[in-house]
Design a binder for this molecule. Structure first.
Ligand SMILES: [Cu+2]
Length: 116
């Protein structure tokens, strides 16, 4: 059982690496700008209004990173007022070489039941 699991992990890793490589190559040539934009879907885990961050359990972002929970800055900061833990959101993730943040944050209706 463990061997099968490890093999599955290797395949997943290989696919992820392939995705990252194929996504990075062309997009670097296509864009002069040093910033990139990805669309993100996820769920709000917590909102930290003092540091203007929201902790989001985000789905995988092809070409950028796997599914994970991590904190994001939000622009404009006033959007934080509209977010509560448990909200499903969609947003644009803007990535600069030294920083990243979420824009166009929208709370999405519960139209996507979890897979069973
Ligand atoms: Cu991450």
């Amino acid at each position: 059982m463990k061997v099968v699991f490890q093999n599955m992990t290797s395949v997943t890793l290989a696919l992820t690496v392939a995705l990252v490589l194929s996504a990075c190559g062309p997009s670097k040539k296509a864009s002069d700008s040093s910033s990139k934009r990805y669309s993100v879907k996820g769920k709000v885990v917590s909102v930290d209004k003092q540091s203007h961050m929201v902790n989001v359990d985000a789905e995988a972002i092809p070409g950028f990173m796997e599914a994970m929970t991590m904190p994001y800055k939000v622009e404009p900061e006033s959007v934080l007022e509209q977010l509560s833990p448990g909200d499903s959101i969609s947003a644009d993730l803007i990535v600069h070489p030294d920083e990243y943040w979420l824009e166009n944050v929208k709370v999405t209706p519960h139209s996507n039941p979890p897979p069973r």
